[in-house]
Ligand binder design. Structure first.
Ligand code: UDP
Ligand code: MG
Length: 155
């Protein structure tokens, strides 16, 4: 069973400003995801353009770039079974107005542009995004002793 899939999370400037760092990370931890990297950083314009390259031609991009570069973010890599999909489910859809209660966006945002958190949307994207934000020396391979209680018996 693969319990070592990794995905990137960014708590965006609105998440930090609103005091939601602990709440957000707690939800991921309680699901059983293992934190393998974590840091605070300031996203510069070049990093924003790289990270949101699929959106640079959109009308909202100038606002998105200004926002994501305005204040620090907290970047985290978590690992676990089907981590990419599991984290997207915990985060909820981009448009938080349509996000169900119980999701991070559903509980804490009612906006598309200020939706608290970023999460990689596929395994391929996750691999690229993790490399974009973390050096290999900033990621930690360690045994989570709880794994046998979290996953034992799963296929
Ligand atoms: N975004 C926005 N307006 C839009 C669509 C997206 O401001 O109409 C911002 C929003 O912060 C979103 C980010 O661009 O989270 C990335 O968009 P994407 O479609 O990749 O959504 P996500 O993967 O974050 O759910
Ligand atoms: Mg996305």
């Amino acid at each position: 069973m693969g319990t070592n899939e990794r995905t990137l999370i960014l708590i965006k400037p609105d998440g930090i400003q609103r005091g939601l760092v602990g709440e957000t990370i707690a939800r991921l931890e309680k699901k059983g995801l293992k934190i393998v990297g974590m840091k605070m950083l300031h996203v510069d314009k070049a990093l924003a353009k790289d990270h949101y390259s699929h959106l640079v031609s959109k009308p909202f991009y100038p606002d998105l770039e200004k926002f994501i570069t305005s204040y620090p973010v907290v970047a985290t890599v978590v690992e676990g079974k089907e981590a990419v999909e599991v984290v997207r489910l915990i985060v909820g859809p981009t448009n938080a107005t349509k996000a169900e209660g119980g999701t991070i966006r559903g509980d804490f945002s009612n906006s598309t542009s200020r939706n608290i958190i970023h999460a990689s949307d596929s395994k391929e994207t996750a691999e690229k995004e993790i490399k974009r934000f973390f050096k290999s020396s900033e990621l930690f391979d360690y045994k989570l002793v709880l794994n046998e209680f979290l996953y034992a018996g799963d296929e």
